[in-house]
Structure formats: C-alpha cells, structure tokens
Design a protein. Sequence first.
Length: 44
Amino acid sequence: MSKKLGIGDTFPNLTISLVKGGTIDLPGGIGSKYGVILFYRGHW
C-alpha cells in the first residue's frame, strides 16, 4: 500500500483512464491551481 498524502504533500503525477474513454493526467490536467479529486470505486 502506498503512503497516504499529508498536509503540504505534493500530489503525485498520475494518468487516469476515464469511464467514457481517454485519459487525464493529474494534477496537470485539471487546469487550475486548486481542485478536489474524488476516486469512486463503483459498486462492490
């Protein structure tokens, strides 16, 4: 398991596959200085 992010930690660079196809690079792909990223697992 990866280490959890703490206050002041830098968000790691990730490439995420989107549900409708394509990908987004995080954090650069959100297009603003501040943002909220929610990871939803879906159904169990």
